[in-house]
Structures are given as C-alpha cells and as structure tokens.
Write a protein that binds this ligand. Structure first.
Ligand code: NZQ
Ligand code: ZN
Length: 385
C-alpha cells in the first residue's frame, strides 16, 4: 500500500431532523453569510428551517449561486464578506453552492487576484473564512472534502482547486431533503458518486485490499439503491443509503494508499464548460470510452470489477470487456444518455478543442499512470460522439 495521511476535520451531522443542531454548530455571535442557489430552498422549506434555527444571529443572504458556479458570481459574494465583515459562511445547497462557498472562503483573504486560485490551482492551506454546509443534493461529496470546481464564465474554463483549509467545519446531511429533488438530479447524484468511486478504484490491481472492498461496497450499494431511490425519494432507507454512499465516495477515504485516475472528470469538466451539460451526464458519456481506449492499462481492474460487481464469468479479457458494457447498462438504467450526440449536434470539434486546452495547460499525461496522453484524450472524446 502507498503511504498516506488521513486528515478530515469535517463534523458530519447525519440524519433526520439534524437541522435542529444548526444553532449550536455555528460559532456563537458569528455574523453569517447565508449562501444558496436559485431558490429551491424556498420551495422545500429548507430556507425557513435554516432561519428558524439561526435565531439570534445576524444573517446576510447571498442568493443565486448557479449550477456549475461562476467565478464572476462568487466574486460578488467575496465583496460582501469583506464589506459586511462576515465571520462565518453557511452554504445551503448541492455541490455547486458548497463549491462556490469554498471559493468565497479561500478568496476573501487571498493576497493577489483570486482568479489565480483557479488558473494557477493555488492550494488554500490557511486564512480561509470558516464555513459549514446544509446539504440538499447528495452527489459530489463536497460536504466532506476540501475540493471544489468553479467555472470562469468569461473564458469558459471549469477548473478544480482545493486545500486543507477548505473542509467544511460541519455538514448537516438530512436524507429527507432529497424528496424535493427532480428525478434528473437524483439520477445525476447516483452516477456522479458511482463515477467518483470508479476514478479511485478502476486503475490497476494493487495492495490496497480494504480500499477495494470499501469501493466495491459503495458500488454495490449504489447499484442496489440508485434505481429505486429515483422512484421513491421519500423512502428513508433508500435516501439515507444513497446520501451516505455519495459522501463516502468522495470524502477521501477510499483514495488513501491507492492510485487514482480522475481523467474522466477532467475531460467531463471541459464538456460541461463547452455545452452546459450536467456534470454527471458528461461522466456517463466519457467514462465508457475512456475504459475502452485505456483497456490495456485497466483490464486487470476491469476484470476484478466485472467479477465482484457483476458476477461475470469467462476469461479476464472477456470479463473486462463485458464489465464496460454492464457499466453503460447501469448508466442507462439511471436515465443517462451515453453519447455526446444525444446532447448536442454541434460536437464535431469537441476533441480538438479539449486537446488544445489541455495542451495549453501542460496536461500532457493524465490518469493513474499518466499515460492518457493528448492523442488518447482525442481518441476518448471522439469515441464518445
Ligand atoms: O439552485 P437551486 O435552486 O438550489 O437548485 C438546484 C440546482 O438547480 C437543485 N437542487 C439542489 N437541491 C435541491 C434542488 N432542487 C430541489 N430540491 C433540492 N433539495 O439542483 C440543481 C443542481 O444543483 P448542483 O448543486 O449544481 O448539483 P450537484 O450537487 O450535482 O453539484 C454539481 C457541481 O459540483 C461539482 C460539479 O462539477 C458541479 O459544478 N463537483 C464538485 C466536486 C467536489 N467538490 O468534490 C466533485 C464532483 O466531481 C463535481 O465535479
Ligand atoms: Zn463528479
């Protein structure tokens, strides 16, 4: 197993009715910026619950953090935090709001132009404004990790950043909040979490046996509860297993001591930046092509995955190939289209555009072996048309 450090200071407060603890979780006397998205929290009553549980605190509201949050929007909140002398930020929403708040938190005291945090991928290790979250959409794991993704609207770049100062102080995760989610977002959540596990699991056989088994446990659980939770979001057993699987998929645990890939995400982020396609749906488009193009590198792990997750039989090569088909089948069950042409008719220059972007950034070799070179990226994207 590879050496590792495990640091995760987020207090995860999970379960029905946990919102009652909000008042005791935020620092006493703090002036709070309450940040949220386009208004779903008014329709499902979460805004009211938050306000009721923050009585006695001075609150400034910041609305309108969009899906795939924009740098330009977030900089308005950075100005408010400075002007209003905010001590604590509360993100109420899905991955976009939480990621947006991570950016705000890191940008306020950043010495320099905050766009550098994205363009130079500056690690935020100190001086961040403390924040907590109320999760309303299980998917990204952002509620218990220190990473985030923000889009610069002006240049259409969707860029990841993070750092040890960007863990939420606490996250309230009540699975009953998923009842108001549209089916499309529930489907997205399952597929995003599934792909997070795959990025950290589907590499090559290694010595991290426990990490493999935990990863496989999350995959099994998502395959079992995913299709059902979309139909029955009010079923608490399904909702709670779904939400916890999403958190466990990307809170850092399964990544410790093992190689990881993340190229599906890197390519997928570009597809969202170009066409506005939902994050999870870009993953469902890219992942199968990536596993196919990188078959020789990944076939050992694909065979393990095929045997343990889908009970496939045959030679390792046969199992590995069929495991890719089974993955596509699961994505279809989860309501995903798996070809770029299903989302846009203007796809013909996508591969060249992404390759030139990666080239400019010096990303010449992605993946667990850094062997996803630019020609491979081109082949992966073209195969996904
Ligand atoms: O904006 P509102 O009105 O709140 O509506 C949102 C939004 O339109 C709605 N929604 C959220 N909770 C709801 C709800 N509607 C009804 N009931 C509720 N309870 O859902 C829509 C999508 O929300 P969003 O936050 O964009 O979705 P998600 O959680 O999937 O986040 C996606 C973003 O996270 C990034 C993605 O790239 C994307 O920008 N990611 C962040 C990661 C991380 N920080 O670790 C890892 C991921 O791989 C991912 O890249
Ligand atoms: Zn993701």
């Amino acid at each position: 197993m590879l050496n590792f450090e495990l640091y995760n200071p987020t207090n995860l407060v999970f379960g029905k009715g946990q919102m009652e603890k909000l008042g005791s979780l935020v620092p006493a006397g703090a002036k709070i910026l309450l940040a949220y998205g386009g208004g779903s929290i008014f329709k499902n009553g979460i805004h009211e619950q938050v306000i009721n549980n923050l009585k006695g605190h001075e609150i400034v509201e910041f609305a309108g953090i969009e899906a795939n949050p924009h740098f330009e929007t977030l900089m308005k909140a950075v100005a408010i935090v400075k002007e209003q002398k905010i001590d604590f930020i509360l993100a109420v929403g899905g991955g976009s709001v939480i990621d947006g708040v991570k950016f705000i938190s890191g940008a306020v005291n950043y010495k320099g132009d905050p766009i550098e945090i994205l363009q130079k991928r500056i690690l935020i290790k100190e001086n961040a404004i403390p924040f907590g979250t109320v999760l309303t959409l299980p998917a990204t794991g952002s509620e218990m990790n220190s990473g985030a993704v923000v889009t610069i609207e002006a240049t259409k770049e969707k860029l990841a950043f993070g750092g040890s100062a960007l863990f939420p102080k606490f996250s309230i995760c009540d699975p009953s909040v998923i009842q108001s989610l549209p089916k499309r977002q529930l489907q997205n959540g399952v597929v995003d979490a599934y792909t997070h596990v795959m990025e950290q699991y589907l590499t090559y056989p290694h010595e991290g046996h426990l990490q493999d088994r935990i990863a496989e446990g999350i995959l099994h659980t998502l395959i079992e509860v995913g299709p059902k939770v979309v139909e029955e979001p009010a079923n608490y057993e399904l909702a709670s297993n779904f939400m916890w699987s999403c958190t466990m998929a990307l809170n850092g645990l399964i990544q410790k001591g093992v190689p990881s890939d993340w190229a599906t995400h890197m390519i997928g982020h570009e597809v969202t930046a170009m066409y506005g396609i939902d994050h999870a749906r870009t993953l469902a488009v890219i992942a199968p092509s990536l596993y196919t193009v990188m078959f020789e590198t990944k076939k050992g792990k694909l065979a393990q995955y095929g045997k343990r997750i889908f009970n496939l039989e045959g030679t390792d090569d046969e199992i590995a190939k069929e495991a890719i088909n089974k993955t596509v089948e699961f994505f279809h069950i989860m309501g995903m289209d798996t070809k770029l042409s299903d989302y846009t008719k203007e796809y013909s220059n996508t591969a060249d555009f992404i390759v030139s972007r990666f080239d400019e950034r010096g990303w010449k070799g992605l993946g667990e072996k850094q062997n996803i070179t630019l020609d491979k990226v081109k082949a992966i994207v073209e195969m996904s048309y």
